[in-house]
Structures are given as structure tokens and as C-alpha cells.
Design a protein around this ligand. Sequence first.
Ligand SMILES: Cc1cc2nc3c(=O)[nH]c(=O)nc-3n(C[C@H](O)[C@H](O)[C@H](O)COP(=O)(O)O)c2cc1C
Length: 285
Amino acid sequence: MTFYTEPVTDLIRRRKSWRSYRREYITDDLKGQIQDFSASMDAPPFGSTVRFRLVDSSAPEKTRTPGTYGVIRGARHTLVGIVRPSPSVWEDFGYSFESVILFCTGLGLGTCWMGGTFSRDYYGRAVDLAPDEIIPAVSPVGYIAGKRSILDSLLVMGAGSRNRKPFTELFFRGDFSTSLDPAGAGAYGEALEMVRLAPSASNRQPWRVVITEEGVHFFLSRTPGYRKLFSRVDLQCIDMGIAMFHFASAASCLGISGGWRKWEQPPVIRMPEPLEYRVSWVPQS
Ligand SMILES: Cc1cc2nc3c(=O)[nH]c(=O)nc-3n(C[C@H](O)[C@H](O)[C@H](O)COP(=O)(O)O)c2cc1C
């Protein structure tokens, strides 16, 4: 499991999306640490290979970071994640990219997941993308500005980024008819809280979790039409991968051991809405 110099639960609580940066380069030492960390990470749960490049997105005369449609201001560096299509690659991508995002948070740097508002052509050229490779998302990396730009504040408000759904709406015991509250979740309470705090595309929070005797089962509640909006990339499965990383890294930090498993047949749990079973976390005694 990924190693941080402070509890991952603190990093998760501290991370926020930032779209306004000081127009400064980060030090070579910080750049080196991010590159070393991303090159030496463990493989994600489904074994996909995720490649990272920290691109110098400098255009000293410009306030806006190129290739971000004006959404990001000031950032001189962009973290680019690259994959080749494979089964469950989106979850693996979310899992790996979030672990680097949290590493950057630990270095005191700002980040912002971007799966929509960036130019895939621009960053594809910047990293010499091979024809069979895809860039699912990028993130600016830099020193945050003291104040959010107007556009940044509008995007935070528009997505309702400061809010999260209540615990009882996301997490269940046995089946979907019994909501779970933090106290009732026992040892899993804090790890589930880390799922709840995860970033997600447009803050849709599509993860639903049911705890049974066999394990902790993760389901996707898709936003209708969202999949068609970004047809080459499944952003909500990336959200799922982020949630998986938050859960597993928090569990490991709290001394709860277990591992990921995807059953061929979804666990027999009555589903009230068309949810998709994605994966389970099975505790180890
Ligand atoms: C997969 C993914 C894609 C995202 N894409 C964008 C994007 O294209 N542009 C953007 O400004 N924010 C994007 N976000 C940021 C979300 O809007 C943000 O995470 C959410 O509103 C919660 O806010 P927080 O990150 O500050 O907790 C994305 C987040 C995720 C996880």
C-alpha cells in the first residue's frame, strides 16, 4: 500500500480542487519527488499500467494555463495520466492518479482532477501520446493562489463542491433497505467517511456501498446521459477508482487488512435502482 509521511486520512480531509495558482515553478526537489513517487507506485487493483508525466505547461506571458480552456489560472505544471484500454482500466486509473494527487497534497501543492475541461489534443502532443494510448484526466500542480479566481469560485458553487451526500444515503448494511450511520459502521466507519469525502466528476458522488458478512461491496449509481458526454472515457468508473483508493488506503492506515475482488456474479443484494456492481473489498482475518 502507498506510503505517505502522514496519515492518508489527513491528506484526504485536506485535499480540495484548486483552479487558481501562483505563477511560479515548483522546485526541482518537489518535481523529483512527484516523479519518483509516481514511477515507483504499486500496481493498481486490476493490474493496469498507468503512466504519469509532469508536463511543464509554462507560457510565462499567459495567466491561463494552456490546454485548460481558461479554467486553470497560473499553474506552471500539469500532471498527465496515460493508459492503454484494458478491462477495469478506469477504476485502476482513478486509483493510481488519486494516490499521486494525495502525494502532491502532502507536499503542500494544489491540484484539481480534470476529466472534461482540458484539451486531449494539446496534452497528447505534450506527452507524445501513442495512437493506442488515452489521457483520461490531467491535474494542474502548483502553489495555490491566496484567493480563488471568479471562475474557480463559480465552478465550486456550480458543482456544490463543498457538499457531500449524507453517510446514510451512500452506505448500507445487508441490503439497500438498511442505511448505515457512522456509529453503526464500526471499524469501517472512518474508511467509509473517506469514500464520502472523495472527489468525483461534477461532484456527483456515484458510489454506493453495502456491507455484508462476505465483504464491502461497491456499486455505481450512474448519472443518466453522463457516459455519452465523454464517450472515450468512463469518468464515473474513474470516480469509483478514487473511492476504492480512499477506502483501501484508509483501511490500511487504520490497521484493517483485506483486498479487492470482483465476483463474476454480483453479490445477491436487492437493488432499488439500476445500480452496477463494480467490486468488493474482502477483509482478511
Ligand atoms: C474524474 C473527475 C473529473 C473531473 N473533471 C473536472 C473538470 O473537467 N473540470 C473541473 O473544473 N473540475 C473537475 N473535477 C473536479 C470536481 O468538480 C470536484 O472534485 C468536485 O466538485 C468536488 O470538489 P473538491 O474536489 O474540491 O472536493 C473532476 C473531478 C473528478 C474526480
